[in-house]
Design a protein around this ligand. Structure first.
Ligand SMILES: O=C(O)CCC(=O)C(=O)O
Length: 295
């Protein structure tokens, strides 16, 4: 589905201007859309899972942990396949206002792809390098987007997501090194061709929803505060987008239709997309593993 077709359906949650801003820039940040009860529930679950991570000593299917992880100082970088971790995460992805926001941005027929909860801990110096999401999970068109919810306030010093406006209309970069190994990030030489001066921090109060198109160049700086930055991330697409390689972290709900109806015709965008590794054979750690964010 293209923006022109999506525009024929009035937005239900976002304003028309917010939707246009997303089409124009490739991202959006909006406060105040997530009901407090959901925010509290997500935070309670997050704390519960951080507690559950304390005894583990290596990453597993639920937790991606950093080297400094210990029972006293949990260092969970990512809670993986979030919707498989607790039914309420799936209810949030499928039944809350979040799926309506997805419908506003991809059209009334919405397919769920994947989810995770990323933490950025103080004192770790962890950064996420510039990347686009679509090279890791290519689809037949470029409707896929990530909706994130900051579970706590996220000011500029706390390592917010940062996006380059308009980059969703630019090249789709190879996310491999010169030897062809997957790096999960754009090569420095390619980033040198991109004007980064207009990069925008997606900051906001707890509950702020961020939207990032799958082609938008984004990154995040280190967390310079004393507080952890948790952001829950959910990927959706228009129902007429079909993944043409195995998902890096499939969930029990990957491919489920959360709004509207399943597509009977696929939308094929002719823009070429680099081919990722076959994650079903190689396995996928996380962006932190790929980008060697390990400190
Ligand atoms: O958590 C972050 O700061 C960035 C996450 C991100 O861009 C990703 O997981 O693709």
């Amino acid at each position: 589905m293209t923006p022109d077709t999506i525009r024929t359906h009035p937005p239900k949650v976002l304003t028309a201007a917010q939707r246009e801003a997303y089409f124009e820039t490739g991202f959006l940040a909006v406060e105040g859309l997530i009901p407090l009860a959901w925010l509290q529930r997500l935070n309670a679950l997050s704390e519960q899972f951080i507690d559950a991570s304390r005894p583990i000593t290596r990453s597993n299917e639920a937790f991606d942990i950093g080297r400094s992880h210990s029972p006293d100082h949990p260092h969970v970088r990512r809670l993986r396949a979030l919707v498989d971790r607790h039914p309420d995460f799936w209810r949030f992805a499928a039944e809350s206002v979040l799926a309506d926001i997805a419908a506003d941005l991809v059209g009334p027929d919405v397919k769920f792809h994947s989810s995770k909860l990323n933490y950025k801990w103080p004192g770790t110096g962890e950064v996420v390098h510039w990347h686009q999401d679509i090279p890791a999970w290519p689809h037949t068109n470029y409707s896929p987007l990530t909706l994130g919810v900051y579970l706590t306030d996220c000011p500029a010093e706390q390592g917010p997501l940062t996006c380059i406006p308009g980059s969703q209309n630019g090249p789709i970069f190879v996310h491999r090194d010169e030897a062809g190994a997957w790096t999960g990030s754009v090569r420095p030489a390619d980033m040198a061709t991109v004007d980064q001066s207009g990069a925008v921090d997606l900051v906001g109060r707890a509950g702020t929803v961020i939207a990032i198109n799958c082609r938008t160049l984004h990154a995040s700086r280190a967390n310079a505060t004393a507080r952890v930055r948790p952001v829950a991330l959910f990927v959706y697409s228009s129902a007429d987008a079909f993944a043409w390689m195995p998902a890096p972290t499939p969930t029990r709900h990957t491919g489920d239709i959360v709004r509207g109806a399943a597509a009977t015709v696929a939308h094929l965008d002719p823009t070429p997309c680099p081919v990722p590794p076959d994650w079903s054979k190689l396995g996928y750690g996380s962006i932190f593993v790929a980008q060697k964010a390990e400190m």
